[in-house]
Design a protein around this ligand. Structure first.
Ligand SMILES: N[C@@H](CCC(=O)N[C@@H](CS)C(=O)NCC(=O)O)C(=O)O
Length: 225
């Protein structure tokens, strides 16, 4: 089986969700690094693969799939040895799907709308509402966590997707375990995965460092002008 080609960046939470899924499935990727700050994703060659110019994207022997949630479902459906990560039972699967949409529409969306103005458009301040929305997202996930994992008591795609966004949020706005105890315990549980640090934690910290450096740079530029 040829390795799946993955266009991604360590900084990218959805990119890390795909890498985490690869590790959980025992899949190797041929990684094609995309530098978002340098605009690699806006080049014609990449736009031909994904007109929406987002990473991650996979090329599986000519089959192109983009959007991390679509990718991880594709990989688990095509390559998993069993249905543990993406349970076949229709009710359980609907719960996993709900969490994937929650990541897409709430967790990653709120993080993205917070970070993008600073990373790409020179913003020096953030409206308080955007920060409040990140904390509300913590609360929503904390309240969702009634078991050890997002769906029941075993790891599924739901966890791998959400933890990529949450780790990035946590590296910028640390999760207060007193306020969000179930969320903090869930992050600690996932952090025990043998591949977690290299595949998720390091990239989340790198993203937080870039965010801090950009904020400082934007503020210095604004002072000069
Ligand atoms: N829903 C998409 C979001 C992907 C996304 O927005 N990726 C960001 C990097 S973290 C990106 O490629 N941004 C560049 C752009 O939108 O032009 C997914 O889950 O893959």
């Amino acid at each position: 089986m040829p390795n799946v080609k993955l266009y991604t960046a360590k900084l990218s939470p959805p990119g890390r969700a795909v890498e985490l899924t690869g590790k959980a499935l025992g899949l190797e990727f041929d990684i094609s690094p995309i530098n978002l700050i340098a605009g690699d994703h806006l080049k014609e060659e990449f736009r031909k693969l994904n007109p929406q110019h987002t990473i991650p994207l996979i090329d599986d022997d000519g089959t192109i799939v983009y959007d991390s949630h679509a990718i991880i479902v594709y990989l688990a459906t095509k390559y998993a040895k069993d249905d543990a990560l993406y349970p076949a039972d229709v009710v359980t699967r609907s719960k996993v799907n709900a969490a994937l949409h929650f990541d897409s529409g709430v967790l990653f969306a709120r993080l993205r709308f917070y970070l993008e103005p600073i990373l790409y458009y020179g913003a020096t301040e953030t409206p308080q509402e955007k920060i409040d929305n990140l904390y509300r997202a913590y609360e929503l996930l904390n309240d969702t966590l009634v078991d050890d994992y997002i769906v029941g008591n075993r790891l599924t795609l739901a966890d791998l997707s959400c933890v990529a966004s949450i780790a990035s949020m946590h590296a910028i706005f640390p999760i207060d375990a007193g306020k969000y105890p179930k969320l903090a315990a869930w992050v600690e549980r996932l952090a025990k995965l043998p591949y977690y640090k290299a595949t998720n934690q390091d990239g989340a910290e790198e993203l937080a460092q870039l965010y801090r450096a950009k904020l400082e740079e934007n503020r210095a530029k604004a002072k000069q002008s």
